[in-house]
Design a protein around this ligand. Structure first.
Ligand SMILES: NC(=O)C1=CN([C@@H]2O[C@H](COP(=O)(O)OP(=O)(O)OC[C@H]3O[C@@H](n4cnc5c(N)ncnc54)[C@H](O)[C@@H]3O)[C@@H](O)[C@H]2O)C=CC1
Ligand SMILES: O=C(CO)COP(=O)(O)O
Length: 336
């Protein structure tokens, strides 16, 4: 199975950085951009300054605002739009997807309303079987990868051959992708860590230090892993790149949009103010805290940090009151 021609649908931060990873691994890449001027900038000036300032894109990467043109003849199609817009976007693209193309999901979220993981949404809308869908997860802050800082990722797919085809298509001097067959665990971990990063940002915004961060990261990991166990994920995944790896990167980096969003809330800004400051870029945890909370409630899993983030973001709970509530919960055994 050879993947040479790849289409990336979405030209935001991660879509562009991932397109560069593919191009630097020798693939021919065409990006689709919603805005004509972004497609023109990528094509003509080799940059996407709004999302990745200072990054020069390789010559074997081009862009168009025409989805049909972008998708023509693709061996693999990378879906690089925010989770809550994936259904709507994919519905417009589904007739254009080349038969048999591997569908690669970059989004980290759980759909509001349906509570579906992204690969489930992709299978439903595209009609593709699950073994044709590869999920990318791991500690992948787009700006670091676009600057060619060394990093790794997980490519999860029930079909090892397809995971390996995408592995070959993304391996380069600065990016090391590993394969994994635990699609459920990788997707849940990627979605949940954004919510925990919101909480860490919030704690930082309130002036708290390393102990508070480590507590939120560790107890966040515990609640993510509980949800994963309930939904059939492999426990090992949470100790790997998609679990603790992504959690540590996102919770501790000022480059994370989720952490930054939380930090603004912790400093006393409203959700609307934090949203405005994000300048149209997505902090997935703000929506996923609600869908993950509902998923936890319907499956009987205790996720107190996620519940608190939902109430801060959507029910006007004050971040300090949320912190006090988390500390005031009934005492318990660490692993109960
Ligand atoms: N930025 C990062 O470092 C990483 C992001 N991700 C995930 O990848 C997914 C995409 O993220 P980014 O590329 O960073 O997002 P972004 O906000 O930087 O870009 C989103 C792209 O999707 C397009 N788009 C199409 N329909 C849209 C809609 N209805 N609303 C908003 N944008 C729409 C935008 O025009 C833009 O090109 C997210 O689920 C994110 O969690 C995963 C790993 C790293
Ligand atoms: O998923 C990410 C890093 O792996 C990016 O996190 P943010 O969306 O918070 O920037």
């Amino acid at each position: 199975m050879d993947v040479q021609r790849v289409t990336v649908l979405g030209s935001g931060s991660w879509g562009t950085a991932f397109a560069k990873v593919l191009a630097d691994a020798g693939r021919d890449v065409t990006m689709w951009a919603r805005r004509r001027e972004i497609a023109a900038e990528i094509r003509d000036s080799r940059g996407n300054t709004g999302y990745l300032p200072g990054v020069r894109l390789p010559e074997n990467l081009t862009a168009t605002e025409d989805a049909a043109e972008a998708l023509d003849g693709a061996d693999a199609v990378v879906l690089a739009v925010p989770s809550q817009s994936l259904r709507e976007n994919l519905t417009r693209w589904r007739e254009l997807l080349p038969a048999g193309a591997i569908l690669v999901s970059l989004a980290k979220g759980v759909e509001l309303g349906t509570l579906k993981r992204m690969s489930e949404v992709i299978a439903e809308i595209s009609g593709a079987p699950e073994h044709q869908i590869v999920v990318v997860s791991g500690p992948n802050l787009a700006r670091e990868i676009a600057r060619e800082q060394p990093g790794a990722a997980v490519l999860a797919c029930s079909d090892h051959e397809r995971a390996m085809a995408i592995q070959r298509a993304t391996s380069n001097a600065y990016f090391r992708p590993y394969t994994n067959t635990d699609v459920v665990g990788c997707e849940l971990a990627g979605a949940c860590k954004n919510v925990i990063a919101l909480s860490c940002g919030m704690a930082a915004g309130m002036g708290f230090g390393a102990n508070t961060m480590a507590t939120l990261i560790t107890r966040g990991l515990a609640e993510m892993a509980r949800l994963g166990a309930k939904l059939g994920a492999d426990a090992q995944t949470f100790a790997g790149l998609a679990g603790v790896g992504d959690l540590v990167a996102t919770c501790s980096s000022p480059l994370s949009r989720n952490r930054t969003f939380g930090e603004r809330l912790g400093r006393g800004e409203t959700v609307e103010q934090a949203q405005q400051a994000a300048g149209g870029q997505v902090a997935e945890g703000v929506m996923s805290c609600s869908s993950i909370r509902e998923l936890a409630q319907t499956t009987g899993v205790d996720m107190p940090i996620t519940d608190a983030m939902h109430r801060v973001c959507h029910e006007s709970l004050d971040p300090r009151a949320a912190g006090a509530e988390l500390l005031g919960r009934q005492n318990k055994h660490e692993w109960s």
